[in-house]
Design a binder for this molecule. Structure first.
Ligand SMILES: [Zn+2]
Length: 152
């Protein structure tokens, strides 16, 4: 999942559910939603910032502080949630690099069904940093339009 999708999905949920959305809260949410992928700079994508060992204490502090720290943590949570469905996240990294994720596929058309599989494997190393953002650019533009309408 690319940064535009990571930013757009929680933004749309926030803009849809908040009775009075705020630009600062939305910004904190988006920053929290995209920042875990700076793991790439440490050489391993989906490592420290995708680990529950780091996230859960940060979430606890954010819940105690509330406000924008909580928005940031909710963005981070959305990142882990989305990555769990598009690959694996290593819940106890660096104690173990083993990751977990959920694969959901629709089969058919003759024998229609939904196939749900729990994935257990090591996160894939990213060898190039080229991002394909064509499809998610439309989602990001929709999110921007929604934000303009809701934040006026
Ligand atoms: Zn990620």
């Amino acid at each position: 999942m690319d940064p535009l999708e990571h930013a757009s999905v929680p933004s749309l949920v926030y803009l849809a559910l908040s009775p009075e959305p705020s630009l600062v809260f939305l910004t904190a949410l988006v920053v929290g939603a995209v920042f875990p992928d700076i793991d790439v700079l440490a050489g391993e994508h989906r490592s420290y910032l995708h680990s529950l060992l780091l996230f859960l204490p940060a979430l606890l502090v954010a819940v105690l502080l509330g406000g924008y720290p909580l928005a940031f943590a909710l963005g981070w949570l959305s990142h882990l949630f989305l990555d769990f469905f598009t690959g694996v996240i290593p819940p106890v990294y660096p104690l173990s690099k083993r990751g977990w994720g959920l694969s959901i596929a629709v089969t058919g058309p003759m024998d229609f069904g939904i196939e749900v599989k729990l994935i257990e494997r090591y996160p894939e190393k990213r060898h190039d940093y080229r991002l394909e953002i064509g499809g998610s650019l439309a989602l990001a533009l929709l999110t921007l339009l929604t934000a303009i309408i809701r934040l006026h």
